[in-house]
Design a protein around this ligand. Structure first.
Ligand code: AMP
Ligand code: ZN
Length: 461
């Protein structure tokens, strides 16, 4: 399996540290507000990476942090007059709901809250030789760390600057806060450093260094995040972890490109963002957003427009119509359909193993949907294969790989099937009024009908 590694700036074959097993770390959300759909793009791509590793035979140990201690959280807590814990536990729930709706599966992942890993962070800070204590906290001294700058070429002339803000200027190198001295109205912890207690709280960057190594070891295999995290966040993670232990943090770094609106990065600060609630309010399925994301390769910028989302929704509807065929087995099997069903899983796994070629995987899926729509499935052809069984297996495989929940397309009721038969009868009798009436009733129940050469096929609307 190949992935583009931001460290080496080329696509590389993945060679896990432990045979057959991959340690995967994802920078998680800061839980002070709703995430926007740009953030969701990154999390969806990371979910596809996890699924692809599994489909290619690797066991995945996935860890993601939940940032519940950070500048923006305390600012929002002051603004809204809400205790910060109330804020973070509410938005953690909202986040977990949102990711579930867009088909992200965290059921086997380890989620770690920053507030529960303070000691782990302190232990890393203690081991960093090139740190110094200032009046507002403990800093990483860039001047004493010549390897700084693995992801981006940096102007080091400003290294005497000190930055207390977690998300600082992307242009200049600056000493960054490992630990921030206590501020009024902020939670704080004791921290014994060089014989003195520096009461305060961790900076943001140290969180991922501590949690990833604790749960995955150091080095571990793959570290992911959006491209904007390369600098300063990932640069700082690499520097801290390496400085503290002399070891590399992770072997492969995978960065997902941005979702844009009108040519600009979707972001809270530009106020050009939409949330999943906006998508749902406009009548779209959250999985249409997932499909919109998968239509673009993770290393290219993707443009969000409502028209693009509508096109993705239509594509999702086509896939669901394909999934409904499993409830509509027929005779007249052509051998080709058997071949298609048996061979596809390997093809999908291979396409995605090529640096997560999701557009390629979806074009294969669309091809299959078209072919199966034309071919028909046959459950009664027991002499060679049971096609409905094969097809169901294929849908399960696709759900595991792409997370589009095609197995959720349910059969219609006996009464609805009877309506379809009655409509057929009415058409034979040329009773068009009755046929139309029955079609309308089915449409109201969100069932569409397609009159084909081999009979009527229903599909979910
Ligand atoms: P943040 O809450 O800003 O740390 O972002 C959470 C994740 O979303 C990080 O991996 C970011 O890199 C990523 N991200 C932020 N904005 C966008 C965007 N417009 N498109 C894609 N990913 C983004
Ligand atoms: Zn991180």
């Amino acid at each position: 399996m190949k992935l583009y590694n931001s460290l080496s700036r080329k696509a590389e074959e993945i060679m896990p540290i432990q045979d057959g097993q991959v340690g995967l770390y994802t920078c998680g959300p800061t839980v002070y507000d709703h995430v926007h759909i740009g953030n969701l793009r990154t999390y969806i791509n990371e979910d596809i990476l996890r699924r692809t590793l599994k489909a290619n035979g690797l066991k995945v140990k996935h860890v993601m942090n939940i940032t519940d201690i950070e500048d923006k959280i305390f600012a929002r807590s002051k603004e809204t007059n809400k205790p910060y814990k109330e804020l973070t536990s509410h938005f953690e729930k909202v986040f977990l709901d949102d990711v579930k709706r867009v088909g992200i599966d965290l059921s086997e992942s380890t989620l770690v809250r920053a507030s529960e890993a303070i000691e782990d962070m302190q232990q890393v800070i203690i081991k960093i030789p090139n740190k110094y204590v200032a009046e507002d906290g403990i800093y990483f001294d860039i001047a004493k760390y010549p390897e700084y700058g693995v992801f981006v070429k940096l102007d080091r002339s400003h290294s005497h600057h000190r930055i207390n803000n977690d998300e600082y200027d992307k242009e200049h190198v600056a000493d960054f806060a490992l630990w921030k001295a206590k501020q009024p109205d902020e939670p704080s912890w004791d921290f014994e450093v060089d014989g003195r207690n520096i009461e305060g709280r961790p900076g943001w960057h140290i969180e991922c260094s501590a949690m990833s190594a604790k749960h995955l070891g150091q080095p571990f295999d793959i570290h992911t995040g959006g491209v904007d995290l390369k600098f300063p966040h990932h640069e700082n993670e690499v520097a801290q972890s390496h400085s503290a232990s002399g070891k590399k943090l992770a072997n492969y770094w995978v960065h997902s490109e941005h979702l844009l609106v009108d040519g600009k990065k979707m972001s809270k600060s530009l106020k050009n963002f939409y949330t999943l609630a906006d998508v749902i309010d406009k009548g779209f399925d959250p999985l249409a957003l997932r499909l919109l994301v998968l239509q673009a390769h993770y290393r290219t910028e993707a443009h969000f427009t409502w028209d693009n989302l509508e096109a993705a929704q239509n594509r999702l509807n086509d896939y669901r119509a394909m999934a409904a065929l499993r409830w509509q087995p027929r005779k007249h099997l052509k051998d080709a359909s058997t071949y298609i069903l048996r061979d596809i899983p390997k093809q999908f796994a291979a396409i995605l193993a090529n640096d997560l070629d999701t557009p390629g995987a979806l074009s294969l899926l669309s091809n299959i949907a078209t072919q199966l729509g034309a071919l028909d499935l046959d459950s009664e052809n027991a002499n060679r294969y049971n096609n409905v069984q094969d097809f169901t297996k294929l849908l399960e495989f696709l759900d595991d790989l792409l997370g589009l929940k095609l197995m959720n397309v349910d059969d219609i009721s006996d009464e609805q099937k009877d309506f379809i038969n009655q409509r057929e009868k009415a058409r034979e009798d040329k009773d068009w009024t009755k046929a139309d009436e029955l079609r309308k009733q089915l449409e109201e129940a969100k069932i569409g009908l397609n009159d084909t050469d081999h009979g009527v096929i229903w599909y979910p609307l």
